[in-house]
Design a protein around this ligand. Structure first.
Ligand code: ISE
Length: 336
């Protein structure tokens, strides 16, 4: 790495990969995109051109091991995240791995163990809500003691209708995993057990998911709910509300101006997550570039990636057994 700018390789140039590549090229002072990988050559070529002529690869390992790539951003489909993260650790390269870090607890544990064997943090997981102004302000308020100890977490995560039917397993691992992480970082506690209830989107397919509520208990004694919709019918919204011993505090999901007109009071709602969290992605990427430059990963860690999958696995088990389920996880290693 020359010591002024981080040369990034982007694995996966779909919706989130191209969003990251655009922000890294245009809005992140300390980074530039020098390589992109996708099995879809046209998509890779379009993103490479937008990044000012990045090199194109069709093989993730080749990009990860390329000598001119200092750090890697993994934005391929979820099932490929763990192997790519392991290849980055083996190459000793810092990596921002989109969530989920893996699709199973066992694979997440492989990434965790590999990073521990490397002896230093290389992995940051893309839980971008940690960089969202509304979430940061709320966390600061909680930490100031303004509402006393937290008793209850409520997460609300409304998605517009998804392109294809989502199973409860995918809803948890791909989407509700954000709320699992939010609950952990906002409450400063681990989730100990979960109970999943949901409404199928297709009455003929019990495991399809339209709306889910997961009840959680924390190891601090607090309780909570994670509410998720795969078809809100109105747009995209994420909110957090925390009840404390002496008050309650929450984010507002909607930031647009209040419009009073023609006998109505209204506020526009963002259509989907790239609009709602754009600023958070910009913050996340610039913090990541700074951390790569400083030589030490910061932000959501491989431990967060692992724990979120341990909770996700318990949520899926609960959906199968119809009972509350304990979260099974290794003890938190000293490195985290
Ligand atoms: C997507 O992958 C994201 O990460 C979004 O933040 C989330 O809201 C959406 O449900 C996911 O599919």
């Amino acid at each position: 790495m020359n010591n002024r700018i981080v040369n990034v390789g982007v694995v996966g140039t779909g919706m989130i990969g191209s969003l990251h590549a655009g922000i890294l090229s245009r809005q992140t002072d300390g980074a530039r995109v020098v390589a992109v990988m996708d099995i879809d050559g046209d998509r890779a070529a379009a993103v490479a051109a937008e990044c000012g002529g990045a090199r194109m690869f069709t093989d993730a390992e080749a990009l990860i091991n390329a000598a001119d790539v200092d750090a890697v951003l993994i934005a391929s489909p979820d099932a490929f995240h763990a192997e790519a993260a392991l290849a980055c650790i083996a190459a000793g390269k810092p990596v921002l791995c989109e969530k989920p870090m893996a699709t199973t607890r066992a694979d997440a544990e492989r990434v965790l163990q590999a990073e521990m064997a490397a002896g230093r943090r290389l992995v940051q997981v893309g839980f971008m809500r940690e960089y969202d102004r509304a979430h940061r302000d709320l966390l600061e308020l909680l930490q100031s003691g303004a509402i006393g100890g937290a008793l209850r977490f409520r997460g609300i995560h409304m998605n517009p209708r998804r392109a294809s039917q989502t199973s409860i397993d995918t809803a948890v691992v791909n989407s509700l995993i954000h709320d699992i992480h939010s609950a952990r970082f906002m409450m400063g506690a681990e989730i100990a057990d979960v109970f999943t209830r949901w409404v199928p989107s297709d009455p003929g397919n019990r495991r399809s998911a339209r709306y889910a509520i997961v009840h959680v208990s924390f190891d601090s004694g607090a309780i909570g709910t994670l509410e998720w919709s795969g078809d809100s019918g109105y747009g995209y919204e994420v909110e957090v509300e925390i009840t404390g011993e002496s008050g309650s505090a929450g984010t507002t999901g909607v930031h647009s101006p209040v419009l009073r007109q023609a006998g109505a009071r209204s506020q526009a709602i963002t259509p989907n997550w790239p609009d709602r969290f754009y600023d958070a992605y910009v913050e996340e990427l610039s913090a990541w570039a700074d951390s790569v430059m400083a030589g030490e990963a910061t932000g959501p860690s491989a431990w967060d990636g692992y724990m979120s999958l341990a909770v996700a696995e318990a949520c899926i088990k609960s959906s199968e057994t119809g009972q509350p389920e304990q979260v099974i996880a290794v003890a938190r290693p000293a490195m985290y």
